[in-house]
Design a protein around this ligand. Structure first.
Ligand code: KE4
Length: 435
């Protein structure tokens, strides 16, 4: 007799209850608690290639890929071997190693806009450092960010838009003083006029425009033609720094990230996720005249006990070495296109209205008519239908991000067979939704 959904995941259910006794919300990062869906979180035993296995022994095709880092898939032999070898030489030294220079060289050769780069431990730290650098470089305080973009959990960025366009933001998290939020201006994504108006209003008080060049934290929203170019122009015209948060898009849509994909150069680039190959790595890079402001050379302090950790460097170098074979991005593009076509065909066949936004191997399916060009558009999507879709796909053995405001990540480990099964499952679940 087939197990019921609950029986199939009893061990995860019990593990979650136990975790909640010791860890706030039972998780070490909020989205993992599955608050955005009507399913208890799965506890994962292991991953291999395109698959993950929960502690109840269920197998899933994984499209979360640890929220982006695992572009090679789980337990890639070259990455595992590199980390094992590094571990046998020592876990951490708190001193420079050749691997850090080697990774820096790889990042600099991939991004034309980066002359120097500093390794850190997370995307949050990368963006936090980028903002501090931009403020020091310009002597200005205000930062423009876009509504719906997420840049980690530093105080200045846990904000929501102020009362009107170009107004100071208000805190979006408890514990963030209003004073910290006030220096951030939150504007609609894909709205160049709003950015121009903010510069007109705040003139030479704006240190930087911070943007995800491909927004992937409100579901996937791609920049409209000319949008990134307009941000580049506005920063140049107003003496502000253009900061691209490429924590997701870096090495994802191209080896040189969105900057290579769209041909626009940032002044400061924030990296994370893929650069660590699954281990904790962030990076901030840019022109030497900006980066040399960092201690010990310059007056901008930034530090980290485990920055440039040898195991993380080993995972990073092994990952970027594989990605350096440019055929990878053609394969990733093809896989992303196959999935997008699968969603759109299922929509045509079942009459379920969807909008699929995609950039290479990252995509989101919104349950609403399009276009979806900013956070306001995303609000029209049918969250209730997403939740049913998520549960249906999980029961078909497909593990998606447990939130309508995240994206699907495809890896080089996803086979034709995986993609076929996935598009078939999408059609099956859409038919259930169409009822
Ligand atoms: P971390 O501090 O989580 O390494 O990076 C923060 C960050 C910065 N910039 C962008 C564009 C990001 O997407 C992120 C983190 N992304 C989320 C999910 N989209 C991480 C998942 C989580 O918070 O558990």
């Amino acid at each position: 007799m087939a197990l019921t959904e609950n029986q199939e995941r009893m061990k995860s259910k019990e593990a979650f209850l136990q975790a909640c006794t010791y860890i706030p919300g039972g998780v070490n990062s909020p989205v993992r608690a599955f608050g955005g869906v009507d399913v208890d979180p799965l506890f994962i035993e292991r991953g291999e290639g395109s698959k993950i296995y929960d502690i109840d022994g269920n197998e899933y095709i994984d499209f979360v890929c640890s929220w982006g880092p695992l572009i090679l898939g789980h337990t890639h032999p070259k990455v595992v071997a590199a980390v094992k070898a590094a571990a046998e030489r020592g876990m951490s030294f708190g001193a420079p190693t050749l691997a850090e220079t080697q990774l820096a060289e790889k990042v600099i050769s991939a991004f034309d806009s980066i002359e120097k780069v500093r390794m850190i431990n997370s995307g949050t730290e990368a963006v936090m450092t980028a903002i501090r650098l931009a403020r020091a470089y310009t002597g200005r305080d205000y930062i423009i960010k876009m509504v719906g973009c997420y840049h980690g959990h530093s105080d200045a960025l846990l904000v929501s838009a102020g009362s009107g366009l170009a107004e100071q933001s208000i805190p979006s998290s408890a514990g963030v003083p209003t004073a910290f939020a006030e220096k951030t201006i939150a504007l609609p994504y894909n709205d160049s006029a709003a950015v121009e108006a903010a510069f007109d209003k705040h003139k030479d008080r704006i240190a930087a425009v911070l943007v995800e060049p491909i927004a992937a934290n409100m579901g996937l929203v791609v920049p409209k033609s000319g949008y990134l170019k307009s941000l580049r122009q506005l920063c140049d015209n107003n003496g502000a720094v253009l900061v691209f948060d490429e924590v997701i898009s870096g090495f994802r849509v191209a080896l040189g990230g969105a900057q290579e994909f769209f041909g626009i150069q940032a002044d400061i680039t924030c990296l994370g996720k893929i650069i660590g190959g699954g281990l904790p790595v962030g990076a901030v890079g840019g022109r030497a005249e900006i980066m040399d402001l960092l201690a010990p050379l310059g007056p901008v302090y930034q530090a980290g006990t485990l920055s440039g950790n040898p195991l993380a460097m080993a995972a990073a170098i092994a990952t970027l070495d594989v990605l350096a074979e440019r055929i990878c991005y053609r394969r990733l593009e093809q896989a992303g296109r196959t999935l997008q076509e699968g969603f759109e065909e299922a929509s045509r066949k079942t009459g379920i209205p969807v909008t699929v936004n995609r950039a290479g191997s990252i995509l989101s399916c919104f349950f609403t008519e399009g276009p979806i060009e900013n956070f306001q558009d995303v609000q029209h999507s049918n969250i209730g239908r997403f939740k049913k879709f998520f549960s249906g796909m999980l029961n078909q053995g497909i593990y998606l991000a447990p939130s309508a405001f995240e994206t699907m990540f495809v890896s080089l480990a996803h086979s034709e067979k995986d993609l076929e099964k996935t598009t078939e499952s999408v059609y099956n679940v859409f038919r259930e939704l169409a009822g």
